[in-house]
Design a protein around this ligand. Structure first.
Ligand SMILES: NC(=O)c1ccc[n+]([C@@H]2O[C@H](COP(=O)([O-])OP(=O)(O)OC[C@H]3O[C@@H](n4cnc5c(N)ncnc54)[C@H](O)[C@@H]3O)[C@@H](O)[C@H]2O)c1
Ligand SMILES: [Zn+2]
Length: 370
């Protein structure tokens, strides 16, 4: 069992990582949760898989658990679901001292986290992320929230959990493509902060994605969490420093939008976006071309299922500008000086963006592990 601290003064908390720790969940949270009253929010599928394990351990440790099922999928990350969860919790006669446990992927963690942040002006939250993406990214850093019809994640809060509990073993039931999606964020952490970790990931991506070596999986997760929590600790409310976490996301996110959510998983789009950011870095002359070429050749081996050949560069550019407009900012790119060192630039021209997308369309990603 490993412990990583997210250092945020009085809002600091631990992330606990260990294979099979879900079985001993009751004992672990005994150290953190004050109230015996727990609303455990989970999706139908995840409840089916893990309800028994979690419930048994919580009851053994004296907790009263109320399971609340939430519909899964990005389309349900909205106010209607929040309203439904408020109603369920109020039906339980909960009060401010009760606890919400969010057991599920990022959609669930973001939504249940938002409910925890707002009901009774905030009740304690424990995150138990069950997808790779949520384990290394969404459960760390305290961003909770929901989508609005005008855009993703437009309504939300910064609300830090009491503790995050990560059991890599649950990835065994997760679909392969969802693991790849999380891996997009994992490789991002490596490239922005840690050359040795990057090399490790690119050498061992098969063993990690196929869960052939759980020590490697654990290391990939824990190193990612270390990197994210160090960045979040230095910049809780997302000013410039935390922006480096957007590496690969300017174009990645625009691809997700133009292709329609669901066609590319988030991480697949991020992997493509990372390749674009690497190429842009060489185009503006800050990254060595040999280093870039090697990196891209390796990244192309990570399976990205949808084809990139038909991407529409004009639409992608439009989506980048739309995103900028609703977030009221500049088009900023996180680019690379070298592996482990980034630079934020707002001087990338539209022509350069169009050219890099045309270049992307010629890339052939492997669509499965060979
Ligand atoms: N808060 C943040 O800082 C932050 C950061 C990144 C992403 N996000 C958000 O995270 C969301 C995406 O999260 P995600 O990628 O985890 O997707 P997801 O939550 O939609 O989960 C993917 C699917 O896997 C299922 N699932 C979850 N765990 C499982 C398991 N162990 N076994 C089998 N099936 C399982 C879920 O029910 C779901 O159908 C997006 O809404 C995104 O905006 C938030
Ligand atoms: Zn992301």
């Amino acid at each position: 069992m490993q412990k990583i601290q997210v250092d945020l003064h009085e809002r600091s908390y631990n992330v606990i990582i260990g294979n099979n720790i879900l079985k001993g969940i009751g004992k672990i949270i005994k150290k953190y949760a004050i109230s015996k009253n727990i609303a455990l929010i989970s999706s139908e599928h995840v409840t089916e898989l893990y309800e028994n394990t979690v419930e048994k351990s919580l009851i053994e440790n004296g907790y009263k658990v109320h399971f609340i099922k939430m519909p899964s999928g990005e389309k349900n990350k909205n106010l209607k679901t929040v309203q439904y969860l408020y109603d369920k919790i109020l039906d339980l006669n909960f009060d401010r001292s009760s606890v919400i446990i969010a057991l599920g992927g990022g959609v669930l963690g973001d939504t249940a986290g938002f409910v925890a942040a707002t009901i009774f002006r905030g009740i304690e939250l424990i995150q138990i992320p069950t997808t790779l993406l949520s384990q290394v990214d969404s459960s760390i850093g305290g961003k909770v929230g929901i989508n609005h019809e005008r855009g993703k994640n437009l309504v939300g809060a910064f609300y830090q959990p009491k503790v995050v509990i990560v059991d890599p073993n649950v990835l065994k039931t997760l679909e392969f493509r969802e693991r790849v999606s999380g891996f997009g964020e994992v490789i991002k952490y490596g490239i922005i902060k840690d050359r040795i970790f990057t090399n490790f990931l690119l050498e061992n991506y098969k063993d990690i994605l196929l869960l052939k070596n759980m020590d490697y999986v654990n290391y990939a997760i824990s190193r990612s969490i270390e990197i994210k929590s160090a960045i979040v600790s230095a910049d809780e409310k997302e000013s410039l420093l935390r922006m480096i976490l957007n590496f690969g996301h300017t174009i990645g996110h625009a691809i997700e939008v133009t292709e329609g959510y669901g066609k590319f998983t988030h991480g697949e789009a991020v992997i493509v976006g990372i390749c674009a950011a690497i190429k842009l870095s060489t185009d503006i002359g800050i990254l060595d071309t040999n280093e870039a070429e090697k990196l891209i050749n390796n990244l192309k081996k990570i399976p990205v299922v949808p084809s990139v050949n038909h991407l529409d560069e004009e639409k992608i550019l439009e989506a980048i500008y739309y995103d900028k407009k609703i977030k009221n900012g500049k088009v900023r790119f996180v680019l690379l000086n070298k592996i482990g060192e980034t630079e934020i630039r707002d001087d990338v021209s539209d022509e350069q963006i169009i050219e890099v997308i045309k270049w992307i369309k010629e890339l052939n990603f492997d669509s499965s592990i060979s």
